[in-house]
Design a protein around this ligand. Structure first.
Ligand code: PGA
Length: 253
C-alpha cells in the first residue's frame, strides 16, 4: 500500500555538468524499476537542468532545502518553494540534521519550511533524528517526539497524508555506522504511532517513513525489509549512478 521511496541526497556535491552526466548514466539503469519511487536531490544551481533532463522519466527531483518564507521577499540567499516548483522540483528535504546543526534550524523553522513546501504543492521530506549524546542518555524517543510534534502541529489532516518523514539518527550519518534494524524499526514504529494519535489510523498507515544514515547497497535490504521502513534517504552511496542504481535494485530484493 505504501510505495517504496529511495532518495539520493547529493549534499554539496556535483556541478551542473556533473549532475547532468549522472542523470544520463542513471536513467537507463532505472528504466525498468517501476515498483519504487526514485528521487535525487542536487544542489540548487543544478535543479532546473536536472529536472529538465529527468522530465518524462520516473526520476523525481527534490531540493535539499526550501525557504521558510515566500513566495518572494527580502530574504538574501533563500529560495522559495514556488521557485523550486517552477524549476521542476517534486519536493524538498527539510530539517536535515546538517541544516539543524550547522545553520541553527530550530523545530519551528523546520515546521515552517514543511508548511511552505506543502502550500506550494511540493512534497516535503522532513528529517528527524537524535544525536549520539541524546541516544546514550536515553532521550532518543523524546527528541524525535519533540521534532515530530513541531511538524505535526503545522499540518492539517490532508497535509499529513502527503508529507514523507525520514528518520536519520545523527550518529549514523556519514559515519559508516548505520543504525541496527532493531533500532530503526523501533523508532519508525514509534513515529507511526505518534502519527496515528495525531491524524488517525489511515494517515498513519499511509505515512512513508524513510531510514537514513550510512545506507549502502549491502545493508539497504536490512532496512527496507522492516515493516515500518518504507525506503531510504541515501547520502554518500547515491553519488555514483551505477552504485545508486544497484542500491535501489537491492532494496527491492
Ligand atoms: P549518508 O547520509 O548516507 O552519507 O550517511 C545520509 C543523509 O545525510 O541523508
Amino acid at each position: 500500500m505504501r510505495a517504496p521511496f529511495i532518495v539520493g541526497n547529493w549534499k554539496m556535491h556535483k556541478t551542473v555538468t556533473e549532475s547532468l552526466d549522472y542523470v544520463t548514466a542513471f536513467l537507463p539503469q532505472i528504466a525498468e524499476m517501476r515498483d519504487c519511487d526514485i528521487a535525487v536531490a542536487p544542489v540548487f544551481t543544478a535543479l532546473a537542468s536536472v529536472a529538465a533532463a529527468a522530465s518524462g522519466t520516473a526520476l523525481q527531483v527534490f531540493a535539499q532545502d526550501v525557504a521558510a518564507e515566500g513566495p518572494s521577499g527580502a530574504f538574501t540567499g533563500e529560495v522559495a518553494a514556488e521557485m523550486l516548483k517552477e524549476a521542476g522540483c517534486r519536493g524538498a528535504i527539510v530539517g536535515h540534521s546538517e541544516r539543524r546543526r550547522n545553520y541553527g534550524e530550530t523545530d519551528a523553522i523546520v515546521a515552517a519550511k514543511a508548511r511552505r513546501a506543502l502550500d506550494a504543492g511540493l512534497l516535503p521530506i522532513a528529517c528527524l533524528g537524535e544525536t549520539l549524546a541524546e541516544r546514550e542518555s536515553g532521550a532518543a524517543l523524546e527528541v524525535v517526539e519533540r521534532q515530530l510534534g513541531a511538524i505535526a502541529g503545522a499540518l492539517t489532516e490532508a497535509d499529513a497524508r502527503r508529507i514523507v518523514l525520514a528518520y536519520e539518527p545523527v550518529w549514523a550519518i556519514g559515519t559508516g555506522r548505520a543504525a541496527t534494524p532493531d533500532v530503526a524499526q523501533a523508532m519508525h514504529r514509534h513515529i507511526r504511532s505518534i502519527w496515528e494519535a495525531a491524524f488517525g489510523a489511515t494517515a498513519a498507515a499511509e505515512l512513508r517513513i524513510l531510514y537514513g544514515g550510512s545506507v549502502t547497497a549491502e545493508n539497504v535490504a536490512d532496512f527496507t525489509s522492516l515493516p515500518d521502513v518504507d525506503g531510504a534517504l541515501v547520502g554518500g552511496a547515491s553519488l555514483s549512478p551505477a552504485g545508486f542504481a544497484q542500491l535501489i535494485r537491492r532494496s527491492r530484493e
